[in-house]
Design a binder for this molecule. Structure first.
Ligand code: UD1
Length: 341
C-alpha cells in the first residue's frame, strides 16, 4: 500500500518511513529539504534495504503535488511537512502561517480531488498551552497556544475537523506529540538541527561532544519539585510506531476525526534529563542555571489512555533509551564529519 509521507526526510518523518517499510508499506516521500538533508535517504536505505520514491517538492506547489498524486496514487497521507521552531515562529510568523497552513490547505484540496480520504496529521501538545489539569487529555478545553507555531497547529487541526465534517469524506487522526527525543538505535539517522538547536536533548548532546560550550537550563524557579520545567519526553521510534498504529486504525475506523496524545504519560524535569545524561555518559555536563525562556510552559505531560485504547499503542522506551540513542547518533555524526574533513 502506497503512503505519501510529506516531510519524510525530517526527524520524525524519516523514522516513520523506516517503520512503514519494515511493516510492508510502500512510502513515497515529498520534502522540500528546507530543514533536512538528502543524505537521510541513504540512511533509510542502509537501515531498511529500500529507497522510497522521493520528490523534492514544496507542498505549496499545487501542480507538482498533483503530479505526485497522479503518478503514485497513494492510499493515505501522513503529513509532517511544516516549520516547527517555536522561537523562530515569533520572529517570522507569516512564514509559519504561510508554510504550515498553506501546505495543508493545498494538500486537502488535492486529496479531495483524487478522492483520497485518509490523513494522519502531525500536531503538537503546544496546542494546550499551560493546561490547568495534569496529565492533559485530548478533551482539555484550554487551547491557549503560546506562539505562532502553536497557532498554526490549532488552525490546521480546525481546518481538518471542518473538512471531516463537510461533505468531503475526509477521515483523520490528529497526533499531538509531546517532546520527541532520541534517534534510530542503529545511530544511522537522527535529528539534524540547523544551526544552534532550540530543543533540550540536541543541545545536551552537542554540549557533551564539544560543539557548544555550555547548556543553559532555562529557569529553576518554577513551581515544580526541582524548580525546572517538566515535559513528557517520547522516543522517536515509539512515536514513529504510533503513526503506523494510527494509520491502521484510520483505514478501519468508522469515526471521521480523532485526536490522540502521544507521549510516555509521565513527566521528567529538565534537571532530571541532565542528570540522566550524566549518569549515562559517566561524565559531568557543562551546564549553568539561567533565566526562564520566554514562552515556556511550566509543566505538561500526557494522558495517553486514548491512544492505548483505540490504537493499541503505548511507549516501550524511556528517557534513558532516548538519551542513549541521541548520544550514539551525535557520536556517529562527529565520526562522519571527521572522516569528511
Ligand atoms: C515545544 C513544544 C512542542 C514542540 C517543540 C518544537 C510546548 C509545550 N512544547 O517544546 O510541542 O513540538 O517545541 O520545537 O509548547 N531547555 C533548556 N535549555 C535548552 C533548551 C531547552 O533548559 O537549551 C528547556 C526548555 O526551557 C523546556 C525544556 O527544556 O523547559 C524542553 O524544551 P524544548 O526541547 O525546546 O521543547 P519545548 O519547548 O517543550
Amino acid at each position: 500500500m502506497k503512503i505519501l509521507v510529506t516531510g519524510g526526510t525530517g526527524f520524525i518523518g524519516s523514522h516513520t518511513v523506516i517503520e512503514l517499510i519494515q511493516s510492508g508499506y510502500d512510502p513515497v516521500i515529498v520534502d522540500n529539504l528546507s530543514n533536512s538533508n538528502i543524505s537521510v535517504l541513504d540512511g533509510i536505505r542502509e537501515i531498511s534495504g529500500k529507497v522510497p520514491n522521493f520528490y523534492e517538492i514544496d507542498c505549496r506547489n499545487r501542480e507538482a503535488l498533483r503530479q505526485v498524486f497522479e503518478i503514485e496514487k497513494p492510499e493515505a497521507v501522513i503529513h509532517f511537512a511544516a516549520f516547527k521552531a517555536v522561537g523562530e515562529s515569533v520572529d517570522k510568523p507569516l512564514e509559519y502561517y504561510s508554510n504550515n497552513i498553506g501546505s495543508l490547505a493545498i494538500l486537502l484540496e488535492i486529496m479531495a480531488e483524487f478522492d483520497m480520504h485518509n490523513l494522519v496529521f502531525s500536531s503538537s501538545c503546544t496546542v494546550y498551552g499551560q493546561p490547568e489539569q495534569l496529565p492533559v487529555t485530548e478533551e482539555s478545553p484550554d487551547k491557549n497556544a503560546a506562539s505562532p507555531y502553536g497557532y498554526t497547529k490549532v488552525v490546521c487541526e480546525q481546518m481538518i475537523k471542518d473538512v471531516c465534517h463537510s461533505k468531503v469524506a475526509l477521515k483523520s487522526a490528529i497526533l499531538r506529540y509531546f517532546n520527541p527525543i532520541g534517534a534510530h538505535p542503529t545511530g544511522i539517522i537522527g535529528e539534524l538541527p540547523n544551526g544552534v538547536p532550540n530543543n533540550l536533548v540536541p543541545f545536551i548532546t552537542q554540549t557533551a561532544i564539544g560543539k557548544r560550550d555550555t547548556l543553559t537550563v532555562f529557569g529553576t524557579d518554577y513551581s515544580t519539585p526541582d524548580g525546572s520545567c517538566i515535559r513528557d519526553f517520547i522516543h522517536v521510534v515509539d512515536l514513529a510506531k504510533a503513526h503506523l498504529a494510527a494509520l491502521e486504525w484510520l483505514m478501519n475506523a468508522n469515526t471521521t476525526f480523532e485526536i490522540f496524545n502521544l507521549g510516555q504519560g509521565r513527566g521528567n524535569s529538565v534537571l532530571e534529563v541532565v542528570k540522566a545524561f550524566e549518569a549515562l555518559t559517566g561524565e559531568g555536563l557543562n551546564y549553568k542555571i539561567g533565566p526562564r525562556r520566554s514562552g515556556d510552559v511550566e509543566q505538561i505531560w500526557a494522558n495517553v489512555d486514548k491512544a492505548e485504547r483505540l490504537l493499541g499503542w503505548k511507549t516501550k522506551l524511556g528517557i534513558e533509551e532516548g538519551l542513549r540513542d541521541a548520544w550514539n547518533w551525535e557520536k556517529q555524526l562527529q565520526a562522519k564529519e571527521q572522516i569528511r574533513s
